[in-house]
Design a binder for this molecule. Structure first.
Ligand code: BTN
Length: 239
């Protein structure tokens, strides 16, 4: 689709601003050099040095999806980001639900905010924070950036367009054939079929990630070969 790019020097949060804008329709992209209240998932803040990284949001109107399948949009976005990053590294992974990792460090995150009616998803505001030129971080746990990974400096104006076009391509793919996006997400999934250590409300355990459903539910096979299911925040990955 035709993306409409809007640029701001400073804004509270590109997600909050798009959410408040009832006129913002599918394909609207908002990019900011600096967010004064950048938000991560949950109650986290999003750390990003001014004019060094990509901090932006895009509106989708995935009315073709059942509300229960809304996680597919998130899958398409993560695959779009990971595919874009693949040109710079072959160690890009998506860590469930939708963190982007390179070499076991977090390079980016996605904040999805859906608006529903009883039977449809009317709008998805997808906020993307991707570390590009920043090399020192103050609070972020386990961060990396494209500059740290490649040793190069990037022109933000160029790569933010490439990034959002790559995301849009996967979104169009989702409209045509959701199975392919689903498979690509799993091909890139961090820890898939490896023995990892986790903690849930019952305690610590080891297991292998099996799959993620269309609604974002994660399945893990534990050492007794039982399959355990989790939604976001119900499980922690231990290192
Ligand atoms: C996370 O991993 O916790 C998600 C981070 C999402 C950050 C982006 S930056 C642009 C958009 N606006 C926000 O306030 N947050 C998202």
């Amino acid at each position: 689709m035709q993306l409409k790019f809007n640029y701001f020097d400073q804004i509270t949060s590109t997600n909050s601003t798009l959410k408040a804008d009832r006129e913002a329709r599918e394909g609207t992209v908002l990019l900011a050099k600096l967010q004064t209240s950048g938000r991560g998932t949950g109650s986290n803040q999003w750390e990003s040095e001014k004019a060094q990284n990509i901090t932006g949001s895009i509106v989708f109107e995935p009315t073709f999806l059942e509300p229960a399948n809304s996680f597919l949009v998130s899958m398409a976005i993560s695959v779009g980001i990971a595919t874009f990053l693949n040109q710079y590294s072959n160690e890009v992974k998506i860590k469930w639900p939708n963190d982007i990792y390179i070499k076991n460090k977090k390079i980016g995150g996605i904040l999805i905010e859906n608006e529903f009616t009883a039977s449809a998803i009317t709008r998805t505001i997808a906020g993307i924070g991707l570390n590009i030129n920043q090399t020192r971080f103050i609070k972020a746990p386990n961060p990396t950036s494209l500059s740290i990974v490649t040793g190069k400096h990037f022109n933000l104006g160029i790569i933010e367009k490439e990034l959002f076009n790559s995301i849009d391509k996967q979104y169009l793919q989702l409209k045509k054939d959701k199975e392919l996006v689903y498979q690509n997400y799993h091909a890139l999934l961090y820890g898939k079929n490896k023995l990892l250590h986790f903690e849930d409300i019952h305690g610590r355990f080891s297991g292998q990630i099996q799959q993620v459903d269309y609604d974002g539910r994660l399945s893990i096979k534990d050492s007794q070969n039982d399959i355990r299911h989790y939604y976001y925040k119900e499980i922690t990955f231990l290192h």
